[in-house]
Design a protein around this ligand. Structure first.
Ligand code: WT7
Length: 648
């Protein structure tokens, strides 16, 4: 297959890199031989109030404990701002573009520092203290970046909540995180759609009721329309914040103090907040972005990820700023108001590195080559992707049509839990293989294990694990360390299990085969099928449900739901109604592709629903349904097939 396409680094002659094959190999060897020495050296890349002398301490066994640089003291906002005030004060740190709002706002390091300090003062004035949680629910506006850094400055733990979550989803997360303050916007624009952020937040806070600890809400006005404000709780962001002082003495944090937490989905219904620690995370964000993106003066890095994802944290905010670069954000869509919108922006802002998702690549590919070819994309030098598998075809389109075969494509594999890039190529140094996320960065000890949990060497396929800790590793799940141990460290004792399957080829390149747990990946958004089934389980009209992921031409995967109604409810329950319930309870991103009401679900003799079979049926795989003899009632399959294929 595509294993055969290999693009040698020599193809990108003159690609600016200070690394060589030999220096890369030397790093890998050093990290293996002297883990602590290697990472203590890497830790020098950020500014410490007190430099650490200790590397990794902890264990993946038993009650798993992960600590890095424990005696170090720092403030992450200083690493990203203050340290550049001497030599880069007037360099643009952030370009913030808003669709339909004229030229982008450009904030220099000095300006960003001022805004962060003002908000740090304002939050302190509101009573927010070190260690407390602040929820950030904002579209891609400059205030989102300011808010994250201001929390870091006062030592508060930020919890960025995705704009696609429903009011229920937000309420649940506000309560679980114990957030005391919220920073939101009046509305967000998604193409022609207006999303009422403040209204959703009001509903969420109402639903959370006394379970919520939120005492203050700052509202960034993103439209001219009036928004209801609750006196005493709500404040207009700029009216309130802009009068505060432009300096704020950073709160000195221990390396292991939490910096932020971020919700993601797993195989059980309850969303979990992954916790990242100040010291290890910022070293890792800086290191990984430098290894793959290596920003140089004049570079503009546009990572199109929403700030609510780990990519938004590490590749939009913390990595690029810790490295003194220029980062760009935009709330635009690739094809609004016209196809090729992102190419306009690449040209207008002279983007040199574009980092996006396979979903966006597939969508833009569907708009045709002409759209791309009408634009001047000569500013680009590197193309990145992450978040989901990409087919060699889409990879090659990105490379050939967008990058004109001039720009390497870096497919990077990572997770909320890994904090930053784990697998990815060193552009200009390593060969590229379309469809592969390349090799582990130096310092990462990847492992593939077989069905019995044994580590397999060489060419192998199995569970993707990481054998040793790395500084950016998640420390725990907020409020549920037992779940953390259980989820990541029991499947293969002694190793971190990623949840993904992968194949390693003879050159040591990794090919991700997809999630091995019940998590589906819709346009790069992780969704637990159990999350969907839990929501449906609360509806008394539904006896049982099964959610599965099916291949989708643009989104990678789409959600399909099978519903077994209670006998007496069969008439009142509609497929549209079930779809509405899912989006209402979880959010728009979880909108199913199809809902099927079926009389029964295929089960094994032990009563387990055979999701594998449902997935095949929902994908239209009419042949090869496999051996059905192990099912309790094979005739159920016929009824399900009739319902699904009759509808196709
Ligand atoms: C899951 C993590 C990249 C960070 C943002 C997503 C899938 C991630 C790739 C890739 C194939 C990928 C995995 C992973 N994934 N990158 N390059 N190729 N699959 O972070 O939301 O925590 O999702 O995304 O399944 O486990 P996340």
């Amino acid at each position: 297959m595509s294993d055969h396409t290999v693009i040698q680094p020599g193809h990108y002659k003159g690609y600016p890199t200070t690394m060589t094959r030999a220096s890369l190999d030397a790093m890998t060897r050093q990290a293996r031989k002297d883990q602590d020495g290697f990472w203590l050296e890497q830790a020098e890349r950020v500014h410490w109030h007190k430099k650490p002398t200790r590397g990794f301490e902890g264990s993946f066994e038993g009650d798993v404990s992960i600590k890095w640089f424990e005696d170090g003291l720092l403030n992450v906002s200083v690493c990203c701002l203050d340290r550049y005030l001497t030599d880069k004060a007037d360099q643009v740190a952030l370009i913030a573009h808003r669709e339909g709002h004229g030229p982008a706002e450009k904030l220099t390091y000095a300006m960003l520092h001022e805004r962060v300090c003002r908000l740090a003062n304002a939050l302190t004035h509101l009573g927010v203290e070190k260690g407390q949680r602040v929820a950030i629910n904002l579209p891609m506006v400059s205030e989102a970046v300011v808010a994250m850094l201001a929390c870091a400055r006062i030592g508060a733990v930020h919890v960025v909540l995705f704009g696609g979550f429903s009011a229920d989803g937000i309420a649940e997360r506000l309560v679980d995180s114990g957030s005391v303050a919220v920073i939101t916007a009046s509305v967000a624009y998604r193409g022609a759609k207006i999303i009422p952020f403040k209204e959703m937040m009001d509903t969420a806070l109402y639903k959370a009721g006394a379970d919520s600890a939120v005492h203050s809400v700052l509202v960034v006005r993103t439209s001219d329309d009036a928004v209801p404000m609750l006196p005493g709780r709500d404040h207009d962001y700029h009216d309130f914040v802009d009068s505060f002082e432009v300096d704020f003495v950073p709160v000195i944090m221990k390396a292991e103090d939490p910096l932020f937490m971020l919700y993601t989905s797993g195989s059980t219904g309850k969303p979990k907040a992954i916790v990242h620690a100040c010291g290890g995370y910022i070293v890792w964000a800086s290191y990984t972005m430098d290894m793959v993106y290596a920003q140089r003066p004049g570079d503009v890095l546009w990572c199109t990820a929403d700030v609510a994802w780990i990519t938004g944290h590490s590749s939009v905010v913390y990595g690029p700023l810790a490295n003194g670069g220029t980062t760009m954000i935009s709330d635009s869509l690739p094809a609004y108001p016209h196809p090729g919108r992102w190419w306009d922006l690449v040209d207008e802002y002279k983007v040199t590195m574009l980092f996006s998702s396979p979903t966006a690549v597939r969508a833009m590919m569907a708009d045709g080559d002409d759209v791309v070819n009408r634009h001047d994309l000569s500013s680009l030098r590197l193309l990145g992707i992450a978040g989901e598998p990409i087919s060699p075809d889409a990879w090659l389109w990105y490379h050939d049509v967008v990058g004109k075969k001039r720009c390497p494509v870096a497919d990077t594999w990572w997770q909320t839990e890994t904090g930053g890039i784990v697998l990815g190529p060193i552009p200009g140094v390593q060969s590229l293989k379309p469809g592969s996320a390349s090799r582990p960065l130096p310092g990462i000890e990847m492992a593939i294990t077989d069905t019995r949990g044994r580590v397999v060497q060489g060419v192998a396929e199995g569970s993707l694990c990481i054998a040793r800790s790395w500084p950016g590793q998640a420390r725990t799940i907020w409020g549920d360390h037992a779940r953390f141990c259980q989820t990541y460290f029991t499947k293969v004792p002694g190793l971190y299990f990623t949840g993904d399957g992968a194949r390693r080829d003879a050159d040591g390149y990794y090919w991700i085969t997809g999630r091995m747990d019940d998590v589906i990946n819709i346009a790069g958004h992780r969704l637990g099928t159990a999350e969907v089934e839990d929501v449906l389980g609360e509806d008394h009209r539904i006896l049982e449900s099964a959610a599965v992921g099916v291949p989708h031409p643009v989104k990678g995967e789409g959600l399909v739901v099978f519903i077994m109604p209670r006998k007496d409810s069969a008439t009142e329950l509609t497929e549209e109604g079930v779809a509405r319930l899912i989006t209402q309870r979880l959010g728009r991103y979880a909108a199913p592709e199809a809902v099927y009401l079926v009389p029964d679900l295929p089960r094994t003799r032990s009563g387990k629903i055979v999701r594998r079979l449902l997935r095949k049926i929902a994908s239209g795989e009419t042949e090869n349904l496999g051996d059905l003899s192990a099912l309790t009632d094979p005739s159920v399959v016929g009824a399900v097939c009739n319902r699904v294929w009759g509808a196709m």
